[in-house]
Ligand binder design. Structure first.
Ligand SMILES: *[C@@H]1O[C@H](CO)[C@@H](O)[C@H](O)[C@H]1NC(C)=O
Ligand SMILES: *[C@@H]1O[C@H](CO)[C@@H](O)[C@H](O)[C@H]1NC(C)=O
Ligand SMILES: *[C@@H]1O[C@H](CO)[C@@H](O)[C@H](O)[C@H]1NC(C)=O
Length: 472
């Protein structure tokens, strides 16, 4: 009798413990009720499955048509990596995207490279007939619904529009693919034909890596949940099935092309990060702080300002860390930003204020260059193209790949993701290389190319307009 009661008690305490473990300590009756509801819906089976950690990884790029014409061995392209991932898909494809315009190149270009977007779209359409489920979480409102409407109409893809304006005041700027919860892609390229042939982009394609892909899927899960909520508000808490599987505190121990790597994902803004998820801004700051010899940054826009929120605020978070790195720790800081007709003019003034620190007697080790993609007459007619859109940072220790411009709203309102690959101190055998060293080469190719120009403290009109190939 007595043992039966204690057994019952043990079960109760055990059940409660498991509940708290899975869903967190409830802070209100309403939350407990919501948790119980979820508990019931989800049942058991939350134990993470065995996952694969011997991953194959490719740093992938889009190079605008006509750039680096003499490059003998162009690296793997983002378009190829997307097509490859789609070919590999056996059960599911999950895509989080800012917008979809994979196909409208027909009216705007006659260059064959511009049809890659259409190819990706056709491949997406075929998934259903191969028994592969396609789920898309796309920012709302969509400026063009053509692609997503066609995907969901005939082909049975599930599309959820994610309206963050009421939730965070931002947009979904993420570009993330998860395939079979085993492979994934993350990077700067939008689901736009231009992203594959007319805009410079950098991303990471990862295969046979379910440990990390399952985690990426959890970030997708948050968008999916927001997109599915009728109330247009955030749930009182994020369920455990969306909690982070990797973080700055607990990076995953993986092999990337045979080289040991500590890896974790980050996301922004904090309000839509589930439990344990590393914040994207904190991640960037910690990578800056971690650097010992150099920090190379390639980012489209860099602004120590809140851009889209009223009132305008100064936002020195990243800027002051870079100053500290360059001026107090002697770390070499190289910052490469983009110039096109939509560049905010104030960006260059802020950058000059950073650059002035390199003058004597301070002589902080800081340098800024401006990347401009030249265009032919024809290419100039393509709207929102011919620009370096990559967003990554490589230090002497790690690689960070992100989706965000470096200005406040991208970290406080807009949904974005990042990935840190840390192979510091890993043994690298012959024929192997770290992602850090690959990214460093990529950065230096651009930095030393004819497409960059040195920013000077006294320059006035540094980014007047687009440049033709002839004038560079
Ligand atoms: C998004 O949410 C806001 C605020 O709730 C609403 O005003 C707007 O109409 C919504 N937009 C779309 C496309 O659903
Ligand atoms: C990279 O790994 C090293 C060794 O484990 C660690 O000391 C360092 O903090 C890590 N850096 C980052 C930015 O995570
Ligand atoms: C940031 O990036 C987007 C595209 O990713 C671009 O259209 C926008 O103008 C950029 N700049 C800022 C400051 O938002």
């Amino acid at each position: 009798m007595c043992s039966a009661v204690s057994l019952l008690l043990l079960l109760l305490v055990g059940g409660l413990g498991l509940h708290v473990w899975l869903y967190g300590l409830p802070t209100s009756v309403a939350q407990l009720a919501a948790q119980l509801e979820l508990h019931r819906l989800e049942g058991i089976g939350l134990v993470p499955e065995h996952c694969s950690s011997d991953c194959r990884v490719q740093l992938v790029e889009s190079i605008p048509v006509g750039l680096y014409p003499s490059s003998s061995s162009p690296g793997p392209t983002i378009a190829d990596s997307w097509l490859r991932l789609l070919d590999k898909a056996k059960s599911s494809v999950h895509i989080a995207a800012f917008y979809f315009t994979l196909r409208d190149s027909d009216v705007q270009s006659d260059n064959p490279s511009d049809s890659q977007g259409r190819k990706v779209f056709e491949r997406l359409k075929k998934l259903e007939s191969r028994g592969v489920k396609l789920q898309v979480a796309v920012n709302a409102p969509q400026t063009s619904k053509q692609d997503t409407a066609e995907l969901s109409a005939a082909e049975g893809a599930q599309v959820r529009e994610v309206n963050l304006s009421a939730v965070t005041g931002g947009i979904v700027h993420t570009k993330l693919w998860v395939v079979d919860q085993k492979h994934f892609y993350l990077g700067s390229a939008n689901m736009d034909w231009r992203s594959l042939s007319q805009v410079q982009q950098v991303g990471l394609s990862v295969e046979d890596c379910s440990c990390l892909a399952q985690d990426a899927f959890r970030i997708f899960g948050v968008y999916w949940a927001v997109g599915g909520s009728q109330s247009g508000s955030l749930p009182p808490f994020w369920p455990a099935r969306l909690s982070a599987l990797s973080s700055a505190d607990k990076p995953l121990d993986l092999n990337f092309n045979g080289v040991p790597a500590q890896v974790y994902l980050s996301s922004a803004p904090p309000s839509i990060s589930a439990r344990g998820r590393s914040d994207d801004l904190s991640t960037i700051l910690s990578v800056i702080d971690d650097a010992r010899r150099f920090i190379h940054i390639s980012v489209m826009d860099y602004l120590p300002l809140s851009q889209y929120t009223e009132p305008l605020q100064f936002w020195p978070a990243i800027d002051s860390r870079l100053r500290a790195a360059a001026c107090t720790r002697g770390v070499q800081v190289r910052l490469m930003v983009s110039c096109w007709e939509h560049s905010p003019a104030s960006m260059f003034i802020f950058l000059q204020s950073l650059l002035v620190l390199s003058r004597p007697p301070l002589q902080c080790n800081i340098d800024v260059k401006i990347f401009t993609v030249p265009s032919t007459e024809e290419q100039m007619k393509i709207p929102f193209a011919r620009v370096n859109h990559a967003k990554y940072m490589v230090t002497d220790r790690v690689l960070y790949i992100g989706t965000s411009n470096w200005s406040q709203n991208y970290f406080t309102h807009t949904a974005g993701v990042g990935l840190v690959v840390n192979q510091t101190g890993s043994a690298v055998k012959q024929g192997q290389q770290t992602l850090q060293s690959q990214a460093e080469r990529l950065f230096l190719r651009d930095w030393d190319s004819d497409y960059t120009s040195q920013l000077r403290v006294d320059d006035l009109d540094v980014c007047p307009h687009r440049r033709g190939f002839a004038h560079r």
